[in-house]
Design a protein around this ligand. Sequence first.
Ligand SMILES: NC(=O)c1ccc[n+]([C@@H]2O[C@H](COP(=O)([O-])OP(=O)(O)OC[C@H]3O[C@@H](n4cnc5c(N)ncnc54)[C@H](OP(=O)(O)O)[C@@H]3O)[C@@H](O)[C@H]2O)c1
Length: 322
Amino acid sequence: MTLLVIGSTGTLGRQVVRNALNEGFQVKCLVRSFRKGAFLKEWGAELIYGDLSIVESIPLSLYGVSAIIDCSTSRANDLYNIELIELKSKYILIESAIRAGIKRYIFFSIFNSFNYKDIPLITLKIMIEYRLKISGLNYTIFHLPGFFQGLIPQYALPILDKQFIWITSESSSISYINTQDVAKMTIHSLSIDQFNQSTLPLVGNKPWKSLNIINLCEQISGRRAIINTIPVYLLNFLKNFTKFFQWTLNISERLAFIEMLSRGYNTNAQMKEILYILHMHEKDLEQLEVYLQEYFERIMKKLKELNYQTLSNEKNINPIEF
Ligand SMILES: NC(=O)c1ccc[n+]([C@@H]2O[C@H](COP(=O)([O-])OP(=O)(O)OC[C@H]3O[C@@H](n4cnc5c(N)ncnc54)[C@H](OP(=O)(O)O)[C@@H]3O)[C@@H](O)[C@H]2O)c1
């Protein structure tokens, strides 16, 4: 089976490519920059030029492909193009997939998306989900919560950097998941017919509130977090205010997401059945504690090395002093 991975340079996409290659699949990656995708070629994938905002480039990329895994999503600096990237290009991708007789089509959406129809990105995702459901394709839609990887810039780095961490006064529980686990289950699902024409959640095995994650980071790193709490009503005000101006739409989108997290984005879905079908067990999914422990250990080691190097360099520069 030859896979086309779209969004292969992204957080999830690169793990999907890695896992697919490990499992012996032929992998084509649609990239808009060969330089940025060079590491995928080194891993053994084939690079194909394509840009979702240049819709003409989409149909040709499907040549010789039997399954599509769409991990793409608009980048923060592309939000003016959000409708083109998240809707129009994906409609064309689905039309092209039908014509090309694609055997499997995997799409990633947001967990509990139907509860958040007022957020533009989520509305577009829901429209694509609907289009896939009536397409006749063998689709699988995975509903995802947040990724472990997203917690590093959100909590771990500000703690290391002594920067403020902004949280809302009401924080809901989210069952974050490692993208490596999502990739593993996605690739595994390609060979299982029960996943055809279905919409399923893929979530981690424990729900986390912001404060619990911050406490965990503090415990592991031995450093204190500087927390700033913002009331939800203020967040709402800012979101509605920034929506009025084209140049602040980007901020408005981000605030809408933060607000979504603060009003009951609970991801306590039962993964048991899915894991059972995949012949996996809950303990096969990585725990956040382990992920963060490894992250902080790596960073602390790097910091020690840098410190040591700086001291050695200073020794060389100023031999009299040492
Ligand atoms: N991140 C989360 O916490 C989260 C939560 C729930 C669901 N999801 C879903 O999971 C999927 C993967 O998310 P992610 O966080 O891994 O995304 P990401 O890291 O932001 O990566 C986005 C990918 O899409 C590509 N892309 C963007 N615009 C493109 C265009 N015009 N043409 C071609 N490629 C384009 C990017 O390519 P470049 O490198 O060239 O920019 C990149 O490879 C998405 O469907 C997302 O909605 C994510």
